[in-house]
Design a binder for this molecule. Structure first.
Ligand code: HEC
Length: 233
């Protein structure tokens, strides 16, 4: 028994001596190093093999991300005037588009502009924000183009909604805003456009643009995908 006791103490001391050699500033022994170190390049890692020593690359000049189209009108009074005169809503005026526009309008815009667009939203009533116009303001004479432009860039104390909304959503909101303007002016109800069920192109030009764009890119990469095949997937 005594013998076992001494053996245990010796074992303990030897263990202590061995462990005391460990340097706490250095990584410990790794039994399966591949589990710790990735085989591929790390996303933001620095590697000599790349031109600027960095794995993360900038987009090639003159290219845009998939599903995103640049907006050509600049953020200036001239840009606004230009969009007001020349920019038109690519989405058809359908009940679905209007209803979706209404839902988005209620989320993003009604707090200031009011449910019916008269500029008397809850924040305006509580004087948290001032100078919110009614959509039938004659001096402003808003158009589809100017509404889209203002959602995209904002205007003075109104912020931009470009981050919260997609291109298609902004055009749906625009339909709803123009509808509110018409109601405020006491105009006749705007008739919905007829859209043939079969024709996706008319129902949703923005999406179709994207599908074509993707198909073109796929062809560009040498893939043998046609538009039909892609649609079937
Ligand atoms: C925080 C309050 C606020 C919210 C939210 C808001 N707006 Fe505005 N909006 C304003 C104010 C203030 C102005 C007046 C800006 C100016 O002319 O200085 C304005 C102006 C406008 C105009 C008139 C622009 C012109 O051509 O004169 C339109 C159209 C408009 N907003 C649409 C929207 C839409 C659509 C949304 C939702 C996506 C929205 N606003 C959300 C405060 C707001």
């Amino acid at each position: 028994m005594k013998n076992l006791f001494y053996k245990a103490i010796v074992l303990f001391l030897v263990g202590g001596v061995v462990m005391s050699c460990a340097d706490s500033d250095k990584p410990n022994y790794q039994y399966m190093p591949d589990m710790y170190k990735p085989v591929g390049y790390e996303t933001y890692g620095e590697y000599d093999i790349f031109e600027n020593g960095q794995e993360a690359k900038l987009p090639v000049e003159g290219t845009i991300p998939r599903g995103w189209m640049p907006y050509d009108y600049e953020d200036s009074p001239e840009g606004l005037a230009n969009a007001k005169a020349n920019l038109n809503n690519p989405l058809p005026y359908t009940e679905d588009n209007l209803n979706e526009g209404k839902a988005l309008y209620t989320i993003y815009c009604a707090v200031c502009h009011g449910d019916n667009g008269d500029g008397k939203g809850i924040l305006t009533e509580r004087e948290k924000i001032l100078g919110v116009p009614s959509y039938d303001d004659v001096g402003r004479a808003i158009t589809e183009g100017s509404v889209y432009h203002v959602i995209y860039y904002g205007l003075n104390s109104m912020g931009s909604y470009a981050v919260q909304t997609s291109e298609e959503e902004r055009w749906k909101i625009t339909h709803y805003v123009m509808n509110l303007k018409n109601e405020l002016e006491g105009g006749e109800e705007i008739p919905f456009e007829e859209v043939k069920e079969a024709s996706v192109a008319e129902a949703n030009p923005v999406e179709v643009d994207r599908a074509q764009q993707n198909a073109q890119e796929a062809q560009g990469e040498g893939a043998a995908l046609t538009v039909e095949e892609e649609n079937n997937n």
